[in-house]
Design a protein. Structure first.
Length: 86
Protein backbone atom coordinates (compact mmCIF):
# COMPACT_ATOMS: atom_id res chain seq x y z
CA UNK A 1 0.00 0.00 0.00
CA UNK A 2 1.28 3.43 -0.89
CA UNK A 3 0.24 6.40 1.22
CA UNK A 4 0.91 10.00 0.27
CA UNK A 5 1.25 12.19 3.35
CA UNK A 6 0.73 15.89 3.70
CA UNK A 7 4.02 17.71 4.42
CA UNK A 8 2.96 18.48 8.00
CA UNK A 9 2.30 14.78 8.67
CA UNK A 10 5.62 13.84 7.14
CA UNK A 11 7.26 16.38 9.44
CA UNK A 12 5.52 14.87 12.50
CA UNK A 13 6.87 11.45 11.59
CA UNK A 14 10.37 12.89 11.08
CA UNK A 15 10.19 14.56 14.51
CA UNK A 16 9.09 11.30 16.13
CA UNK A 17 12.03 9.51 14.52
CA UNK A 18 14.49 12.21 15.60
CA UNK A 19 13.26 11.86 19.18
CA UNK A 20 14.66 8.35 19.20
CA UNK A 21 11.40 6.86 20.46
CA UNK A 22 10.78 5.06 17.15
CA UNK A 23 13.01 3.10 14.83
CA UNK A 24 11.01 3.50 11.60
CA UNK A 25 8.20 5.40 9.95
CA UNK A 26 6.18 2.20 10.03
CA UNK A 27 6.54 2.04 13.81
CA UNK A 28 5.30 5.63 14.14
CA UNK A 29 2.28 4.92 11.94
CA UNK A 30 1.55 1.65 13.77
CA UNK A 31 1.55 3.43 17.13
CA UNK A 32 -0.64 6.24 15.80
CA UNK A 33 -3.16 3.74 14.44
CA UNK A 34 -3.22 1.82 17.72
CA UNK A 35 -3.87 5.04 19.62
CA UNK A 36 -6.63 5.95 17.17
CA UNK A 37 -8.24 2.54 17.67
CA UNK A 38 -8.05 2.95 21.46
CA UNK A 39 -9.57 6.43 21.29
CA UNK A 40 -12.39 5.26 19.04
CA UNK A 41 -13.11 2.36 21.37
CA UNK A 42 -13.16 4.70 24.36
CA UNK A 43 -15.54 7.04 22.59
CA UNK A 44 -17.81 4.16 21.63
CA UNK A 45 -17.88 2.95 25.23
CA UNK A 46 -18.38 6.38 26.77
CA UNK A 47 -20.48 8.31 24.26
CA UNK A 48 -23.72 7.51 26.10
CA UNK A 49 -22.19 8.65 29.41
CA UNK A 50 -21.04 11.91 27.86
CA UNK A 51 -24.46 12.55 26.35
CA UNK A 52 -26.14 11.66 29.66
CA UNK A 53 -23.86 14.08 31.51
CA UNK A 54 -24.51 16.84 29.01
CA UNK A 55 -28.28 16.35 29.32
CA UNK A 56 -28.01 16.44 33.12
CA UNK A 57 -26.01 19.68 32.93
CA UNK A 58 -28.64 21.19 30.65
CA UNK A 59 -31.22 20.36 33.35
CA UNK A 60 -29.04 22.09 35.95
CA UNK A 61 -27.99 18.85 37.62
CA UNK A 62 -24.33 19.70 38.14
CA UNK A 63 -21.71 18.15 40.42
CA UNK A 64 -19.58 20.30 42.70
CA UNK A 65 -16.06 20.80 41.30
CA UNK A 66 -14.38 19.56 44.50
CA UNK A 67 -16.38 16.35 44.30
CA UNK A 68 -15.37 15.91 40.65
CA UNK A 69 -11.69 16.44 41.50
CA UNK A 70 -11.88 13.86 44.28
CA UNK A 71 -13.55 11.34 41.96
CA UNK A 72 -10.94 11.94 39.24
CA UNK A 73 -8.07 11.54 41.73
CA UNK A 74 -9.54 8.23 42.89
CA UNK A 75 -9.89 7.02 39.32
CA UNK A 76 -6.31 8.08 38.61
CA UNK A 77 -5.01 6.21 41.68
CA UNK A 78 -6.89 3.08 40.59
CA UNK A 79 -5.57 3.39 37.03
CA UNK A 80 -1.97 3.85 38.19
CA UNK A 81 -2.26 0.87 40.54
CA UNK A 82 -3.67 -1.27 37.72
CA UNK A 83 -0.83 -0.25 35.37
CA UNK A 84 1.79 -1.05 38.00
CA UNK A 85 0.37 -4.56 38.41
CA UNK A 86 0.37 -5.21 34.67
Amino acid sequence: MTIILQPEHDQLIAEALRSGAYQSSEEVIKQALELLRERDAWLAENRAKVEEGYAAAQRGELTDSDQVRAQMEEKKRAWVAEKRQA
